[in-house]
Design a binder for this molecule. Structure first.
Ligand code: SF4
Length: 330
């Protein structure tokens, strides 16, 4: 049985169920790297060039871990675009080349190009060629891909119930995770999935907020149509897929009466985040908003203090709102 390594980073948080199912149905064994630890981060920092952003460095750490196993292939898709007329950050495009240039003992890479900006023909062609590494039967490859898409849709439906994508993937794999939707404050939390849902990168921001008595509302819990509708109110179309999702989600959350405040988690060194965070800050005027920029040097103490202060401020605002409605005559 062929062994395929998959790094637990970047688009793992959006597409793992699809590719895991695809390869498993073709009788390949998928080996996933462990959850991110300080060792993963340090290995990634050592291997990656300084100019890349934090999530890419962490991805390198995951690849380094997988290089220790005896793998037949390493699956590192070259993501260009995942939907028509929109693009993924160009750093994704260069990941397979950067890995080849920086890490010596890499297993053979499966680096299919995912570019759906104009059509899905090239992507499907490459996926079928990949499938041919494991079986000669075209029908089997097609079925594996269709099955993968169904599993991904199922996992997304789990996330829509209020789980993070990381939790949804764990539930999809059979784990039991309790839903935490009873917090006294409701906070919208935004960020690219690979930084927000990786507990080491985001320094557990979602669990910390839940421990502080907040219910966290994530973009995956909003409908795609609503997000696109809100994003379409911008004077110019945002052609970065994730950036548009963030802006649309923030504008939608601003209109949701039950949301008390919005937090945007951005990564230091991220080009798109540097202006998407700014756009959201300017547009969201009716809700409390906090931008948190993280990198490998961010300290936990400072983060916790900021989160506590934000929650205290939201509680005070709520109290004042209630007091404002008390009649002066009792
Ligand atoms: S969008 Fe930002 S965080 Fe994501 S890969 Fe690009 S530079 Fe890094």
């Amino acid at each position: 049985m062929n062994k395929i390594g998959m790094p637990r980073g970047l688009f793992y948080y959006y597409y793992y169920p699809l590719y895991k199912t695809f390869f498993s149905d073709l009788d390949a064994r998928v080996i996933l790297s462990q959850k991110t630890t300080r060792i993963t981060i340090d290995q990634g920092i050592d291997a990656a060039v300084d100019e890349t952003c934090f999530p890419i460095k962490v991805y390198f750490g995951h690849v380094k871990e997988l290089c220790r196993y005896d793998l037949d292939y390493l699956f590192v898709p070259r993501l260009v675009s995942i939907e028509p007329r929109s693009y993924i950050c160009p750093k994704f495009m260069g990941v397979p080349d950067m890995l080849r240039a920086s890490i010596d003992n890499l297993p053979p890479l499966i680096d299919i190009t995912v570019d759906l900006s104009r059509s899905d023909r090239v992507y499907k062609d490459q996926l079928f060629k990949t499938g041919k590494l494991f079986t000669k039967k075209t029908g089997r490859i097609k079925d594996a891909y269709e099955h993968g898409k169904q599993e991904l849709a199922y996992c997304q439906a789990i996330a829509a119930q209020g789980y993070t994508m990381a939790e949804a993937i764990d539930i999809w794999q059979g784990e039991d995770i309790e839903q935490q939707l009873n917090g006294s404050l409701r906070i919208g939390v935004l960020g690219h999935g690979y930084s927000l849902y990786d507990e080491a990168i985001s320094m557990n921001i979602i669990s910390r907020l839940r421990q502080m008595g907040c219910t966290v509302v994530l973009p995956e819990a909003l409908s795609l149509e609503e997000i696109e509708q809100e994003a379409a109110t911008m004077p110019k179309r945002i052609f970065w897929t994730l950036g548009r999702k963030m802006v649309g989600s923030a504008l939608k959350m601003e209109k949701m009466a039950d949301i008390d405040g919005i937090i945007y988690v951005a990564c230091f060194g991220c080009g798109p985040d540097s202006f998407i965070g700014e756009i959201i800050e300017r547009k969201v005027s009716d809700k409390a908003y906090m931008l948190i920029i993280i990198d490998e040097h961010t300290g936990e103490g400072g983060l916790v203090t900021r989160l506590e202060a934000f929650c205290d401020m939201l509680k005070r605002r709520r109290r004042h709102k209630i007091e404002d409605y008390i009649s002066a005559y009792g």
